[in-house]
Structures are given as structure tokens and as C-alpha cells.
Design a protein around this ligand. Sequence first.
Ligand SMILES: Cc1ncc(COP(=O)(O)O)c(C=O)c1O
Ligand SMILES: C[C@@H](O)[C@H](N)C(=O)O
Length: 364
Amino acid sequence: MVMRIVDLRSDTVTRPTDAMREAMASAEVDDDVLGYDPTARGLEEEMAKMMGKEAALFVPSGTMGNLICVMVHCDVRGSEVILGDTCHIHVYENGGISTIGGVHPKTIKNEEDGTMDLVAIEAAIRDPKGSTFYPSTRLICLENTHANSGGRCLSAEYTDRVGEIAKRHGLKLHVDGARIFNASVALGVPVHRLVKAADSVSVCLSKGLGAPIGSVIVGSQSFIEKAKTLRKTLGGGMRQIGVLCAAALVALQENLPKLQSDHKKTKLLAEGLNKMKGIRVNVAAMETNMIFMDMEDGSRLTAEKLRKSLTEHGILVIPESSSRIRMVMHHQITTSDVHYTLSCLQVRLLISFLSIRSTFFTDI
Ligand SMILES: Cc1ncc(COP(=O)(O)O)c(C=O)c1O
Ligand SMILES: C[C@@H](O)[C@H](N)C(=O)O
């Protein structure tokens, strides 16, 4: 029996659409290391224009995009980057900026809304007079939307303020914009305005946009030239990448307009979950396509038990901790999938509630 699958593990799980596959099959290609693959050039020019930057470069992943940007900005030994303690670069990229980039991380607490306190950022900047002992600060990194805070959006004004601090101290600003389009749609602010203050941005094509592979980094012409060299150094120089970029161009056309509906489906799911006994969802903090669902205090139902039980109904989720499950919306989840998920969860939570009650009575 073919089971219904509702894959809420991440927005990285989408499959290429038929239109993407057709575009991949007929893509015009060339050797991108030896020159420019024409389809890659088209995507890079489109992305640079959308982001309001001089140039862009296709890279195999968001992790490599962030690493290249940090390494280009911090090209002097003993460099330090200020970044959030729960940001993706610090938590999920194997410490690559240090192990490969030789860059020292200086973490600052991420607030619940994904920001870092502006005073704390400025206070973390090393005094150049201390260079005998300390690393030298060269870069500040932000993440918009901020994944570990549940997909919260950073405002353009906040990013501008961080940019002003960076400029005041001769530093650069990088934005990990894996889901910058989600922030743009949620805030109703064009992406180029959100990243105006940034010297570089890494944008994932493979998340909410639904492309099968890749990210694009944007910045000044000279920055992108250095990034291109570093991409090759890291083994990211690829040949006929037009096959991948063609899918990304379709994704921009097809799925960018669907992000708003992803957020609506996320809200529908969150509001439904919030009515259920045994779990808690902070609907007010839900701004884009992510939901953190917390088990009620004292619940004997763990995130892992609930994950297993949901999997039996074809609903795939990832526990964030023993008592928290993350659900991420994307264009291949339908409203009917949302209702199906809510009904399965309702039944499972009722069973858990009744089993506690029955234990309680048998214990008397
Ligand atoms: C905020 C954020 N930045 C960067 C990345 C890295 O992207 P990739 O998985 O393509 O390396 C991810 C997720 O994967 C992410 O959620
Ligand atoms: C886990 C993380 O690397 C990935 N970006 C996700 O959000 O699914």
C-alpha cells in the first residue's frame, strides 16, 4: 500500500518539478571553469540584479557559500568573525570557517528573534591596540531568516544598524541569506533592501525556492572574482553547471511566488497544533515557514516517540531536542497534507493523554 508522505523535515527535501527536469535536460551548457557556462551566467546576472549587488557566483551549497564569503573577507591570518551562537555557520557547518578558513569565531548570544544585541556586537570588536594578544575582528555575520530561532526575520533597519557598526570599525558584513526570500515575502520588503548594508550574501536556491542543488553568493565585482578563485580552491569549480542553474531559474520563476502560500500553510498548521492538548507552539513567533512544536512540561511523550509515531502515518519530522520537534513548510506540502498532519497528531496526542489517565486510575 503506497503510504501518503508528508515530508516536514526541512525545506531542503523538495524534489525537482517536471519543469525543472525539462529545463535541466535542455539547458545550454559550457565548461564553467574554463569560462562561463551561459546558463550559469544568466542565473548569476539575475541573482545579482535581484539582490542589488554588482556580481554573483553559483556555488554547490550554502555551506560552501558561507565559507567562501568568510574566507574572502578574512583573508589575513589571525582574523576573527563575530557571529551568533546559534547561527548555522557556527552550529551546522562543521566549524569550517576555523578548520578550513583559519578564522576565529567570536560568538554573541542570538536573541529569540534571531538578532544579536547591537551593544554586544560593538563590545565584541577587538581593540586593534591589543593585536599582540588578540585576533583581529574583520567580519560580522548575520542570518536572515534565522533558522534556529524558528525562521525569524531580521528587519532591513536592524541589518542597516549592524552595517553601520561594521563600517564604523572598518569591518565587513556577511548575511547568510539561505532563506532571505522567505524574509522578504514575510516582511513585504524587497530582498535588495534587506541586504543593502551587506558586503556579501549567500542565498540558497535549494531551500524554499525548491531547486535541487546550489546557492548563489553576491557581492562586489572584486569580491566575486576572489570568491571564484576560492571556489576552485575548495573544489567547487564545476563544469557544465547550466544543468543545475537551469533548474534554479525555473525555481525562481515557479516557486518564489509560492513562498507566501508556504507561510499561510505554516500558520494554518501552527494554529491547529496550538489548539491541541499536550503540545505548545509559539504562534506569535512564527514568521515564515518553520514551526517549533514543544511537548508540554511533564509530558511522557518525547519528541522521538512522537516522531516515530508520526512516521507510521507517513509524516516526517526532525526532533530539535528531547522535547521539541521542528516542522518546515515548502511548496510540495498541500493544505490537505496540513489537515492530514493535524488529524494524525490529534489522535496520537489523545492516545497519549488517555493512556496517562488510565495509568492514573489503575494506580489508585
Ligand atoms: C540558515 C542556513 N544557512 C546555510 C545552510 C547551508 O546550506 P546547505 O545545506 O546547502 O549547505 C542552511 C541549511 O542547509 C541553513 O539553514
Ligand atoms: C539542518 C540544516 O543544515 C538545514 N539547513 C535545515 O534547515 O534543514
